[in-house]
Design a protein around this ligand. Structure first.
Ligand code: SOE
Length: 380
């Protein structure tokens, strides 16, 4: 299959994710045999000067300062939403009504009610959609999923995940505005639960199946921060840290922890899965490696294998360099674009779809409800 048709991209937002996604759109045809050639047609944001610089850097053909105008443009096929969470709903619903394909940055929405409206909008309009839970497409993580699906771990007993950071420890850090909207509950919806645990939950559901019930605790260590937009010191509404226990439908027990107060950790996402026959472990700081312990190994050499995921037989790796040469974080986004384009040619959405991602948001809401009530919450 070769890229015979253009797919015109309208990018909304130019922050960290705007860059990660733009890079993926640009790179994909250099490495993957995809049915569409993405064209960076227009970039959209409010700050005209910054937008112009972003558009020039990444090679966007045009700019818009009003997302409604971008969504209304007939020459745009797909809308890529890279703005704070409080704008996801309105943009996605408008884009769906305009018949655009939609790629939405995670988390899908601030809460289940918003997410449900987004799911209904894309399903009613019949538009292709996906949510950028990029870690699914780190080759070592995809390999973990494949090993579990092949039954190599047997019955799963335990799932354990962490996402640790330390960037909000200073009480002088304001909340709100560019770069700091994640600290403002109105813009973000929640703190580490929606921002970081959502990644862990997405991966966990994908690999280990549905979550049945959760019991959580949260803490807001810094209760008041100056708000960048109002200039006033305001109450902090986000969870700075969250830990929860979960039961999965397959009978396994799980423990999840996330914080922005783990001094020394910048983006320490790890998970470990223990099954009857084998265990696997992964660490974002060593993202190209998968740790694997197989109880069936001869006992004299049995032990944890440190798999360097760079062989052509391993997920996505035959598209990159030669065995032994690893890839990194940005490639997970390239993989999502490649899968999205392949699926689009068949008239399908690439996972996680809005509906898949809604499940993660439902678990996040259950976690926050449990932390508020101090009780176990069952997901219906
Ligand atoms: C927060 O610091 C953040 O950038 C998240 O928003 C991303 O989703 C995560 O991948 C890295 O950390």
């Amino acid at each position: 299959m070769s890229a015979t048709k253009n797919l015109n991209i309208g990018m909304i937002g130019y922050g960290f994710m705007g860059r990660a996604h733009s890079n993926a759109w640009r790179k994909v045809t250099n490495f993957f045999d995809v049915p569409y050639r993405p064209v960076l047609k227009a970039a959209c944001a409010r700050d005209e000067a910054k937008l112009k610089a972003f558009a020039d850097t990444w090679g966007y053909e045009s700019t818009e300062t009003d997302w409604r105008k971008l969504v209304a443009r007939r020459d745009i096929d797909a809308i890529d939403i890279c703005v704070p969470n409080d704008l996801h709903l309105e943009i996605a619903v408008a884009a769906a009504k305009a018949g655009k394909m939609i790629l939405c940055e995670k988390p899908l929405a601030r809460n289940t009610a918003e997410g449900l409206q987004m799911v209904k909008a894309v399903e009613k309009a019949g538009v292709l959609n996906t949510v950028w839970y990029n870690y699914r497409r780190v080759p070592a993580v995809t390999l973990a999923k494949n090993l579990v699906d092949q039954g190599r771990l047997g019955k799963i007993f335990h799932y354990r995940a962490n996402f640790l950071q330390d960037w909000t420890i200073s009480p002088d850090l304001p909340q709100g505005g560019t770069g700091l909207w994640r600290l403002d509950v109105k813009a973000a919806g929640s703190g580490v639960t929606g921002d970081l645990l959502a990644h862990c939950i997405d991966t966990a559901i994908w690999i280990n199946g549905p979550v049945e019930s959760v019991s959580a605790m949260t803490e807001t260590f810094i209760k008041k921060r100056k708000h960048t937009l109002t200039g006033k010191v305001e109450a902090v509404g986000i969870d700075d840290a969250c830990a929860f226990l979960a039961r999965f439908r397959n009978g396994s027990l799980a423990i999840f922890e996330s914080t922005r107060y783990a001094r020394g950790h910048k983006a320490k996402y790890t998970f470990e899965i223990n099954g009857e026959k084998a265990s696997i472990a992964w660490d974002l700081h060593d993202l190209h490696r998968l740790q694997y312990f197989d109880h069936a190994d001869d006992s004299v050499v049995r032990g944890w294998r440190n798999i360097h995921v760079s062989d052509g037989d391993q997920p996505y790796m035959n598209k990159w360099w030669v065995p032994g040469l690893q890839i990194g974080y940005e490639h997970s986004f390239v993989h999502q674009v490649a899968d999205f384009l392949q699926a689009a040619a068949k008239g399908e959405s690439a996972g996680p779809t809005f509906r898949d991602a809604l499940e993660t948001t439902r678990v996040c809401d259950a976690v926050l409800a449990s932390a508020a009530s101090g009780k176990w919450v069952t997901l219906k």
